[in-house]
Design a protein around this ligand. Sequence first.
Ligand SMILES: Cc1ncc(C[n+]2csc(CCOP(=O)(O)OP(=O)(O)O)c2C)c(N)n1
Ligand SMILES: [Mg+2]
Length: 554
Amino acid sequence: MPLGDFLVAYLQRIGVTHLFGIPGDLVLRLFARLGRPRGLKIVTLSHEPGVGFAADGYARATGRIGVACVTYGAGGHNMVNPVAGSFSERVPVLVISGGPGEDERKLGTLIHHQAKEIESQLRIYQELTCAARVLDDPRSVAESVHEVVQEVWREQRPGYLEIHRDMVERRIPVPPALLAWDGSLHFRRSDDRRVDEAVRDTTARFNAARRPFTMVGIETFRYKLQHDVRALAERMGAPVTTTVLSKGAIPMDHPLYMGVHIGPLSPRPIVARVDRADLVLNLGTLLTDMNLGSRPPQITRDRSIWAVGGRVNVSFHTYTDVHIRDFVRGLLRAPLRRHRREKVRYCDNLPPQPAETRRTLRVTDVLHEVNRFLRGRRGYVVVAESGDMLFAGLDVRVERGGGYLAQGYYASMGFGVPGALGAQIGTGARPLVLCGDGAFQMTGPEIAQAPRHGLNPIVLVLNNGGWQIFRPVVTRRELLDLPPWPYARLADDWGGRGFYVARVDELRAALAEAARVESFVVIEAIVRPDDLSPVSRKYIAASARRGRARAVTP
Ligand SMILES: Cc1ncc(C[n+]2csc(CCOP(=O)(O)OP(=O)(O)O)c2C)c(N)n1
Ligand SMILES: [Mg+2]
C-alpha cells in the first residue's frame, strides 16, 4: 500500500487519534494523506514549539503516543526543545518530519530549510530520541516504523521518522505478520529469577522495618502502574510521597499521601518522617536535582530500595534486568506484612489564609483559592508552567480523580498552554493552567487556537511584571522586566473570556464564573513583583546559600 496510507493504518492500530502539526511544502503530501477522511484528526497550532508541547501534553495525559508532524528544517528545528523535554521526562512522542525528495537532493544545490547537511536534522534528533530513521527504502519502511514505535513504547521516550516528499505515495510491502498484528505494544521483560530475588530481598527488609516510607516516582506513571502502586501502598500501609516530577502519580486525596518530597525543602513533617524512616522504598524515582531540592543526593543506601531504569538496588545489592512493572507486581504477590497503623497527614507549604478577602492578592492566596476551587469540582487537570508556578504548583491539591501535569525536571517555559491543549484533546478534562506572565509571552498565544478545536482551558496568568523568580538573586531588576500585555483583553479579542483581578475576592469570583463559561478563560491575576510561592523562596534561598546563585549582575 502507499506509505502514507500504511502510516495512517499503523498509527490508528496503536490507538492514535490525533496528530499535532504545522504543514510546509516538504510535508504537505504527507499531511494530506495522514489527515484524509477517516484518517487522523489534524490539530494545527501557531508555532512548532506549541505543536511539540501539545503532543507531549497529549501523551502525558493519555498514556498513549503523541504524534507531531512538521516540515523539514525550519519546522523540525523549531521543535527541538519540546522534544528534548519529552526525552528527559520520558514522554512517548513520535516526531514525523517531511523532507526533500531524491531528485531535489541530487540537484547539486542547497535546498530551502537545509541547515548544514541534508542529514543534519536526523543527527540532531538522533541525540534527542531513542530511535530515529529516515524512511528511504520502500522495502523496509513497514519494519522501520514498527521498530521505532516499539522502541518509543519500551523506552517511553520520543522517536523520529523522516519521510521525504517523494516517498509518501510510494507503494511499500507490508509483511503479513504486521497485517495480522492486533496493535498491542509491550514493555521490556525482566529476568524472572532476578525479579523473584529482588522481591524476596525487599519483602524481608520491609517486614523487618519499623518505620518504612514509600516514594512514588515518575516511572510508575509512565509504565501505567497507577493502580498497582496504589494497591501496593495500601497493602504496605506506609506513608507515601511523590517527587516534584511525579506529583499526581498517586491521588492527592489518598489517605496515605503526605505530599511532595523535595529533599530538605519539603514541608517539615515530610522531612522529619523521611529522616526517621528505617527503610525508604523508591519506586521509579529519577535522581534529579529538582527531586532532591537542589542538594547533593543524601541517599543512605543501607536503608533504601531504589527501583528505576530497569534495575533495583536493595541496599548494596543491585539487581539488573528488573523492570519497575515486574518488580511492583512481584511485590503485590509477596507476603508483605502491613505496616502498623500510622496517622498520615497531608501537608503542604501554605501558611493559613486570613479570612479577610477584600485585600490585594498574594501568591499564597492564589494557591488557596485554586485549592478551594478544585475541592468542589471534578474533572480538572492542573498544568503548572515553569517559573514560580512550577514550585507554587507543589502546593496545589487536585482531588476527586483530577490530574496534574508539569515539567518538573526539564522545566522549559512554554509547556503550559500548549501542553494543556494537548491534554484536553486527549482526555476531555478541562485544564486549569498556572502560568507566569513570562511563560505566557512565550507560548500563551496558542490559547487563541482553542475555540477552533473546541477546547476551553482556564489560564491563570500570574502577572508580576517579569521573570520574577530570579528577583531574589539578580540585582539589576530591569533585566527581568517584561512589556505589559493586556492579558485579559487579549482573551476577549481571541474568542474567550478575560478577567482582571487584583484582590482575593475578585479571584474567587472570577474562578467561580470561569467554571460556568464555556469558552476558554484567561484570568490575569496581579501580584507584587517581589512575591513568590513558599517553595520558590526556599529553593532560591537554598541555592544562594550554597553559593550557586549568589546575587549576580548579569
Ligand atoms: C525556555 C526557557 N527559557 C528560559 C528559562 C529560564 N527561566 C526559568 S523561570 C524564568 C522566568 C519565569 O518568568 P514568569 O513566567 O513570569 O514566572 P515568574 O517566575 O515571574 O512567576 C526563566 C526565564 C526556562 N526555564 N525555559
Ligand atoms: Mg512573571
